[in-house]
Design a protein around this ligand. Structure first.
Ligand SMILES: *Cc1c(COP(=O)(O)O)cnc(C)c1O
Length: 362
C-alpha cells in the first residue's frame, strides 16, 4: 500500500486509520450476511442495529440530554441554513445572526428567504479577526433564536466562550463538532456536516430540542420538517446508510480516546504547537486572528511574501504535509487539525515550519 500522508484538508478530511481499516474489512461482506451494508435494506436488522447504535453513541459521547432528538439528515450543513429558518421562523418571530465570516453569511442569506432576520453582531469592521464577546451581541425583541457559527472554518476563529443570551442559541458546529463539551441548556438546535470531525460527507447531524421539533412550521415539504424526521427516527426516507455507519465507528474511536474532554485537550495541545511555531517566529509567520478567538481546528497563518508561501507549500507537499493552502477567498495557509489528526502530523508540521524558516530567511 502507498504511504498515507499527513492530510491537513479542511473537509472532507483525515479520519482515524483504524476506522478506515475496519470499514475496509467489513465492506464486501457485512457480518456474515453475504452482502455489503450498502447493499441491504435500511429497514433490515443489520442496518437498524447500526442506526440505533450510532444514535446511542451520539448521545453518550456528546452527552446529549434526553430533551433532545438526534437526527441524521442529508444535504449537509448547507441544507440546515434553510431548514432552520423554515421550521423555526414560521411564526413571524426573528432570527438574529452573528456575522462571523463566510459560513455565517451563508446561513444568514438563506434565512432571509424564509423569515425576518437581523445581524446581531457584525465582524466585517474587524475583518472577521475575532468572535464577539457576549456583551457585543445585540438581541432584538421578538427574537426566536440567535444563530452562531461556533468555528469559522475559513477565517480560523472560534467562540472560545459560549454566549449566554436571553434567547436560545442555534449553532452551526460543522467544523468543531464534538471537539469540546457544550452547555446544552443554552441551545435549541445544533447542526453540522459530518465530513469534518465525524465521518464521510453525505449528511448533517442535527440535535434539536424535542419541544422545538414539535412546534415547528408544518407548512413545508415533509422531508424538511424536523417533527416528521424526529417521529420517524431519521427513517422517513432512505437515510445516508454509509455515513451513518462510518459515524458510528468514528464515535467509538472517540469514546476509546476518552470522549469529548480528551478531544478538547488534544485539540488545545495540537493547535498550541502550531501557534507556538507562529508566535516564536519573530514575525516570520503571521496569524491574522485575535489570540482570544484562535481556532483550535483550523489554524490560519501567513508567510512573509507570496514567493515564500509558494515555496513553503511545494516543499510541505514533498515532505508529506498536504493541503495546507488557505481558502481561495482569504489566501495564506491553513492547517486543519480536526479530532482525527494525529499528534505526529502536527509535530511534523511544527518541525517543518521551524526548519523552513531557518532555511529560507526573509
Ligand atoms: C464545511 C462547513 C459548512 C458546509 O457544510 P456542507 O456539509 O458542505 O454543507 C457549513 N458551515 C461550516 C462552519 C463549515 O465548516
Amino acid at each position: 500500500m502507498s504511504k498515507r500522508v499527513h492530510n491537513f484538508s479542511a473537509g472532507p478530511c483525515t479520519l482515524p486509520l483504524s476506522v478506515l481499516e475496519e470499514g475496509q474489512q467489513e465492506f464486501v461482506e457485512y457480518h456474515d450476511s453475504g452482502m455489503s451494508l450498502i447493499e441491504m435494506s435500511h429497514r433490515g436488522k443489520h442496518f437498524m442495529a447500526v442506526h440505533e447504535e450510532a444514535i446511542a453513541l451520539v448521545r453518550s459521547v456528546y452527552r446529549v440530554p434526553d430533551e433532545f432528538d438526534v437526527l441524521f439528515l442529508q444535504g449537509g450543513a448547507t441544507l440546515q441554513f434553510a431548514m432552520v429558518p423554515m421550521n423555526l421562523l414560521g411564526d413571524g418571530r426573528k432570527g438574529g445572526y452573528v456575522n462571523s465570516g463566510t459560513w455565517a453569511q451563508g446561513a444568514m442569506a438563506d434565512a432571509a428567504h424564509y423569515g425576518k432576520t437581523y445581524t446581531a453582531w457584525d465582524g466585517a469592521s474587524c475583518n472577521f479577526s475575532r468572535m464577539p464577546s457576549q456583551g457585543e451581541i445585540s438581541v432584538e425583541p421578538d427574537s426566536r433564536y440567535v444563530h452562531i457559527t461556533s468555528n469559522e472554518t475559513i477565517g480560523g476563529i472560534r467562540f472560545s466562550e459560549w454566549p449566554e443570551l436571553n434567547v436560545p442559541l442555534v449553532a452551526d458546529m460543522s467544523s468543531d463538532y464534538m471537539s469540546r463539551p457544550i452547555p446544552w441548556d443554552r441551545f435549541d438546535l445544533v447542526y453540522g456536516g459530518a465530513q469534518k470531525n465525524l465521518g464521510p460527507a453525505g449528511m448533517a447531524l442535527v440535535i434539536i430540542r424535542k419541544t422545538v421539533a414539535r412546534e415547528n412550521n408544518k407548512g413545508i415539504g415533509k422531508y424538511l420538517r424536523y417533527d416528521i424526521q424526529a417521529d420517524k427516527d431519521s427513517m422517513f426516507n432512505t437515510p445516508p446508510v454509509f455515513p451513518i455507519y462510518m459515524l458510528g465507528k468514528v464515535l467509538k474511536w472517540m469514546e476509546a480516546q476518552g470522549g469529548v474532554e480528551a478531544m478538547a485537550r488534544e485539540a488545545d495541545d495540537k493547535a498550541g504547537m502550531i501557534y507556538t511555531a507562529i508566535d516564536k517566529s519573530d514575525g516570520y509567520y503571521g496569524s491574522p486572528v485575535d489570540a482570544g478567538s484562535r481556532s483550535v481546528m483550523n489554524v490560519v497563518f501567513t508567510l512573509p511574501n507570496e514567493t515564500l508561501e509558494k515555496t513553503f507549500l511545494t516543499q510541505a507537499d514533498q515532505a508529506g504535509l498536504l493541503n495546507l493552502k488557505g481558502h481561495r477567498s482569504v489566501g495564506g495557509c491553513r492547517a486543519s487539525i480536526y479530532n482525527a489528526m494525529p499528534r505526529e502530523g502536527v509535530t511534523a508540521l511544527a518541525d517543518f515550519m521551524n526548519a523552513f524558516r531557518a532555511g529560507n530567511p526573509q
